[in-house]
Design a protein around this ligand. Structure first.
Ligand SMILES: C[S@@+](CC[C@H](N)C(=O)[O-])C[C@H]1O[C@@H](n2cnc3c(N)ncnc32)[C@H](O)[C@@H]1O
Length: 380
């Protein structure tokens, strides 16, 4: 029988429930616990979650969780964990750390103690007299202490899952790919409906929408640290990549448009979508929002316009929102979703949102204003 492991999917604040939903759709039962998404799953879930999660930041393997209010407790409990089951003889295991509201507050000391405890155990198990070689696969380890409870995890992803491998260029304020995917998954958009982002910048929202629309696994074109871990049978990776290939629906027609006032952004968007393997699937055009002309029905406008936060920019942002509100007033069948940190967005747009959701774009607190089109209102 395949061994079960405990996994933690990390997520930006506010996105935990969407990440949990994605994990549930992959067939595992995830719970949101103190802002973290945690679940038990067979080892084969590690490749699958890394390949498929669109909104999670990383997939971590929980190796141990224990009370630690003294360095001795931290050392002994760490050493008692079966590290040799996960870390191979030559494995590199750099230790990072954090400590919040805990007796052990010196993070460098906690990191050093954890490192020493694991090295001692592995030396004994693998029969090394001197230092561990640390020349092989990467096992990024974290000790996170919260209210004297230590959590020891190994990062199965490596670089964050937002790094899909397609971003060859970017503008000044690109959205993280994971956030762009969340903005789409928070709507009821289906691949048959038109989707427009009139502030597309480097194209993140349209590209993520196209990946969702054709059911392309977002991690298909990148590598993960745990691909090199011995304890995960290579067959699981092969099967996960095969599954991703089988499930992609390249025949799905899409009607996705990205536009931006800046022609440089359009060139970047085009390059990024080609790199993502989407060819000519998305229509890109240089255009100011005031020239947005909508012909179809039941579409979705999803955008991350300028927030007007730099000095002197607020007026410009307000004017953009007013124009957008006026244009969309004539298209009641469309649903409009706007992420912005601009406090008076609704006032400028001219209507109160059907729904609002607080989201963090990096460190900036924003609101996601959601205006349901007639069709969506009917479905409520
Ligand atoms: C916050 S950025 C969008 C970033 C984008 N979501 C990404 O991931 O790269 C806002 C974009 O709005 C564009 N913009 C500013 N004023 C505009 C206008 N009047 N009409 C259309 N686009 C505009 C800017 O050129 C910029 O690329």
């Amino acid at each position: 029988m395949e061994q079960d492991v405990t996994l933690i999917a990390t997520a930006a604040m506010g996105l935990e429930s969407i990440v949990a939903r994605e994990i549930n759709q992959l067939g595992y039962e995830a719970e949101v616990e103190n802002g973290r998404v945690i679940f038990q799953a067979p080892v084969s879930a590690i490749p699958r979650c890394n390949l498929w999660l669109r909104t999670g930041d990383r997939v971590k393997l929980l190796v141990g969780r224990f009370h630690a209010a003294t360095f001795d407790e931290l050392f002994e409990s760490t050493k008692a964990l079966p590290w040799e089951q996960f870390i191979s003889e030559e494995g590199k295991f750099p230790v990072s750390g954090k400590s919040i509201k805990s007796t052990l507050y010196s993070v460098p000391d906690c990191q050093a103690i954890v490192k020493k405890a694991i090295a001692e155990r592995l030396k004994l198990k693998y029969g090394f007299a001197g230092k561990m070689p640390e020349t092989g696969a990467m096992y990024k380890l974290e000790v996170a202490i919260h209210k004297d409870e230590a959590l020891l995890t190994l990062d199965t992803s490596g670089s964050g899952l937002h790094k899909r491998g397609y971003r060859v260029g970017q503008g000044d304020a690109p959205l993280k790919e994971t956030m762009a995917a969340a903005l789409i998954l928070l709507t009821n958009w289906k691949p048959d409906f038109p989707l427009v982002d009139p502030f597309c910048g480097s194209g993140t929202i349209p590209i993520e929408a196209a990946l969702i629309g054709q059911n392309i696994a977002p991690g298909f074109n990148r590598e993960f640290d745990s691909e090199n871990w011995n304890f995960i049978k290579h067959r699981f990776w092969d099967e996960a990549f095969e599954e991703a290939e089988d499930k992609a629906n390249y025949d799905q027609k899409l009607d996705i448009t990205g536009s931006d006032i800046d022609h440089k952004m359009i060139k970047i968007s085009n390059d990024n979508s080609k790199e993502a393997g989407l060819g000519e699937l998305i229509s890109w055009k240089q255009m100011q929002v005031k020239d947005l002309f909508i012909r179809k029905e039941n579409g979705y406008l999803i955008g991350n316009p300028p927030y007007g936060q730099r000095i002197g920019d607020a007026k410009e942002a307000a004017a953009i929102y007013r124009v957008l509100g006026r244009i969309m007033q004539d298209h009641p069948s469309w649903s409009v979703y706007i992420m912005t940190a601009f406090d008076e967005f609704e006032k400028q747009y001219g209507r109160n949102a059907t729904k609002k959701r607080k989201l963090f774009n990096g460190f900036i607190q924003t609101n996601y204003y959601q205006y349901f089109g007639i069709k969506e209102k009917g479905e409520q």
